[in-house]
Design a protein around this ligand. Sequence first.
Ligand code: TRP
Length: 334
Amino acid sequence: MEKNKEIVLSGIRPTGFLHLGNYFGALKNWSRMQYEYDCYFFIADWHSLTTHADTSELRLNTRRLVSELIAGGLDPGKCTIYAQSDIPEIPELYLYLNMLAYKGELEKTVTFKDKARQQPENINAGLLTYPVLQAADILIHRAHYVPVGKDQEQHIEMTRNFAERFNHRYGEIFPIPRAFSYSKDLVKILSLDGSGKMSKSEQQMNTIYLSDEDALITRKIMKAKTDQGPTAPNSKKPEYIQGLFTLLGLVSSPEILAGFEYDFNHCHIRYGDMKKQLAEDMIRFISPIRGKAAALQNDPAQIDEILAIGAEKARKSAAATLLEVRKALGFKYH
Ligand code: TRP
């Protein structure tokens, strides 16, 4: 890595299959940033324990995620890709930050309240301190920018607060990180039935995954929700129709998109034709990524080698930060 580039960091939990929302909402941004910044991208496997206590598929999921991230554009020669659990410096920083995080603010966090509602039988302390661990992930590399979606902005705000409290009390160690995205409006990839965003946790028909086979992609798109079409020229599109147009805009040519926009605005759109076109272009987009990811997954030794190299680079940076942190706190005795 070159010196003096600003530091970028982001992470993703190994709790499911990557889908179009992850690709267009995150991975595409990350892939572009790796050429401009000193980037750290990691698999948040410790975080996944807050909701997924069963670790029997963790290794498989982590390796698949690494394969998909690389197939989708990350270059291990350009950025640092690692597993969180390979960096023991993170939990030490997490411990210090925990003393600067207040129970009240943690309980008020939106993601905590959501998760507590979803798993009332398992409101564990890790869930409560999830944002503190995330802050440790970010601050351990003294990151400047954190490319994340809207749902993570509160965690970044909390990270800024913890960093400020630390700096104020013990000395200026951490830059104050900021959430980042290239465009003001992150593309929102809607579920194919128009109800909310695509979700990675469950295999389902309304989400298109980067691992979906061609026939399945076609089946999912052909089943996507549509209606009779607009009855008045230049109508506002219902959300589920807008979702299909958004996908068309991402994977089809501008001419094709313009053609269907025209048909919609003149009330003679045929959604069957539009979906056929979308399926064809989606397959052209996904199948090379799927192929590359599958090839890598069949070579776990190569994935592990990538993670080993990433861990070494990440630990170097983490250890340097932790040394400063220990000095600032006064824990450096000899
Ligand atoms: N909480 C993030 C998510 O659910 C994952 C994550 C963990 C993360 N640590 C991070 C993201 C640090 C950015 C920076 O998507």
